[in-house]
Structure formats: C-alpha cells, structure tokens
Design a protein around this ligand. Structure first.
Ligand code: FES
Length: 380
C-alpha cells in the first residue's frame, strides 16, 4: 500500500503558485495550476537546480511546463516529461488533498529518467581529452582587439601577436593557432554562479544550450589543445579590451571548477601577454592579466609581457602603427617573449602538476565562515 506524507495546508499553495517543500530527507516541487496540485522531484535532472523555484511556461503543445531556474530544462507539470523531442522524465509523486492538507506519496509513481543525450557535441570537453603530450608544442594566440571587418585597420597588438606566432613556428617548430575573439559570436556570461555555485558548470551551460556558441572553440583550444597561450590586447581606458573581459567572464567555468570541485583543468601550461596602446597603463593591464591567468592555473615565465605605448599626449594615432612597425624594441621583445615562454613550457610540461595545490577559496570550506564570522542573527 502506498504511503503518503503530509506536507502543507492547501491554503499555503494557492492556485497559480508553486514551491518546494521539504519532508525529511526528501524535497518535493509542488504546483497548483489548472485546478490541480501536482508533485515532482525538486532536483533538476541536469545539475540539480530546484525546479520548485522555476518559471512556468506554456509551450506550443498547450501544456504547462516548469523551466529550471538554473539553465532552463523544462518538465511538464502534468507528467514530468521533457518537451517533445527529449526523452528525459522527472520523478512524479501522487497527490491527495485530505482535510485541507496536501499529501504526497513517499515513493514516485513515475521514476526519474535521464536520457542519454546522443549528440554530445561537448564530449571532449566533458571528458577532458587533452591534445597535449610530452612532445607537443602548441601555441595559441588570442587577439582581443575589435574592428569592423569591412573596414579593417592595422592593429599593433594583433601584428605583434602574429609575429610572435610566426617566430614560435619558425624558431621552435611550434604548431600555432590564432583566435580572433571579434570573429566569434557568443553570449556574455549569464552569471549562473550567482544563483548557485553548482550552476556554473563545466562544460559551460551556455555552450550546452547554444550549439553555435563561439566560446566552445576557446575552451577547446585553451584548455585541451594549447601548451602555451599568448594573449594580445589593446589598452582601452587604461584596461584590457572589452572583448577580453567578455571572454574572461566566460572562463569562470574553468576557474570555478577549482572552487567547487577542487579540480584544476589548466595544468602544465604557460601564458604571456602583448599589451599595446596609444596611451599608457601597460603595467596595470599586465597586473590584471597576470592575476587572472594564474587563477586559471597558468604558469608565467619571467618577463611575461611586452608593452607598446607612446604616452599620455600621443594623440597622433595615425602615426602610431608606423612607429610601432619600425620599432627595433618591438621586433626584439616579441622574440624574447616567445623564447621565455616556450623555454619555460618545455620544462613545466614534465612537471607532475598533480602534486601542486590550488590555494584558493573552496566551497567545501564555506561552512567554516560561521566559525570565522559567527552565526548570522538576522538582526543588524
Ligand atoms: S540544473 Fe536544471 S537546467 Fe541545469
């Protein structure tokens, strides 16, 4: 005989509302729509988001679905099924209303089912199929300058980057790849981490949702393929370019694996930077890039950035590129930057990176905040 648990008075779940309710070990997502109360398991089949806090949507089939608040997986309120085309099913519990109370069955009347998603475009990222090996020397260039493709202009940062890649290939026999961030179409980071730390996933949930996500190429190239990365940026208002920041925020998914799972995805890789601007703040930009890339797990060689700037009053921008391309300093420093980077990489490739620790805040230590700051009383 089916055992039922008494949850809450029906009055606490008025028509057109939903919420999650805990009963012992279990948590149920309750929905009261179209004159009926239904109960699903609260934990989304994707990554465990609480669907009792989700959004109600009516789809083309005329049925109401709840969309998970983390990344939007949908389940029918009626029978827990995912929309047409998907085989996933959320667990469904039987509901009875007795003496104004909502009762749910302790066991599901329909078990949860997570279908195998055949077209796993991101399997290599999920499985961390690294393309590096003991002898590879893969150098990834990332250009973060922006320009109108139909009105191209010379870019100091991108020219220096191309020269660096050419030197890496000719002098060290490196395999090189250049990614121009402006050529990629991708969404801004949507901040799922702010809803719940586990909602920032690897691979990135935006890449999972969007088959056209341009960041997938960056993840593959930077995490799986590269031994060394050279990033080039112009200085814009004293900072790296906005395209750099757009990309960097989407790399939260890499850094966050350390915080959540103590898992360092970037190992045995080194990074160097090319920073150019009509006006100055090379060192400030280098500081930001250095701290971010070490937070991802990159090793930095000595003297790991080069800069080009003609100073505060150099507003004759039409002369900037010609001065840059004639500069003996630029020609020399690009080569030296690449040499430092690749000499370091050849050594750190053989390091046992698993012995290294990531002394970063970890979610597993969050409980100790209470010890550090005391109980939160709710009073100010
Ligand atoms: S956890 Fe529900 S959609 Fe990702």
């Amino acid at each position: 005989m089916m055992h039922y648990l008494k949850l809450i008075p029906l009055l606490e779940l008025p028509e057109n509302t939903h919420k999650s309710v805990r009963a012992g070990e279990k948590k149920y997502a309750l929905f009261h729509y179209d004159g009926k109360v239904t109960a699903l398991d609260h934990a989304c089949l994707h990554k465990g988001g609480d669907i009792g806090q989700g959004f109600i949507q009516t789809l083309d089939d005329g049925e109401r679905y709840v969309a998970c608040p983390w990344h939007g997986w949908q389940y029918s309120l009626k029978d827990g099924r995912a929309p047409h085309g998907y085989l996933d099913r959320q667990a469904v519990y039987d509901v009875k209303i007795e003496e104004g109370m909502i009762l749910v069955s302790s066991e599901p009347v329909q078990e949860r089912f997570l279908a195998e998603h055949q077209d796993d475009r991101l399997a290599d990222l999920k499985n961390l199929d690294y393309r590096t090996n003991a002898t590879s020397l893969n150098v990834l260039g990332i250009s973060t300058t922006n320009m109108n493709p139909s009105l191209p202009r010379p870019s100091t940062s991108e020219t220096a980057l191309q020269n660096a890649l050419d030197f890496a290939a000719s002098e060290f026999g490196a395999a090189t790849k250049l990614i121009k961030i402006r050529d990629l179409s991708f969404r801004h980071c949507e901040g799922y981490y702010s809803r719940h730390e586990e909602a920032c996933t690897w691979p990135c949930s935006i890449s999972e949702m969007d088959p056209e996500d341009g960041m997938t190429d960056v993840y593959r190239s930077l995490v799986l393929w590269a031994d060394a990365v050279i990033l080039a940026t112009p200085i814009r208002w004293g900072n790296a370019s906005s395209l750099y920041y757009k990309m960097a925020e989407r790399l939260n998914t890499v850094q966050n694996q350390i915080t959540i799972h103590d898992k360092v995805l970037v190992r045995n890789k080194a990074a160097a930077f090319i920073i150019t601007g009509g006006q100055d703040n090379v060192q400030g930009v280098a500081g930001q890039l250095n701290s971010f890339f070490t937070d991802l797990g990159f090793t930095l060689p000595p003297f790991n950035f080069i800069g080009w700037s003609r100073g505060w009053i150099a507003e004759d921008t039409e002369n900037n590129y010609s001065r840059f391309s004639r500069s003996r300093y630029v020609k020399r420093s690009v080569k030296e930057l690449v040499t430092n980077l690749l000499k370091l990489v050849m050594q750190i490739k053989h390091m046992d990176a698993s012995m290294l620790q990531a002394p970063k805040p970890k979610i597993s230590e969050a409980g100790s905040l209470t010890e550090q700051y005391g109980e939160f009383s709710g009073k100010s």
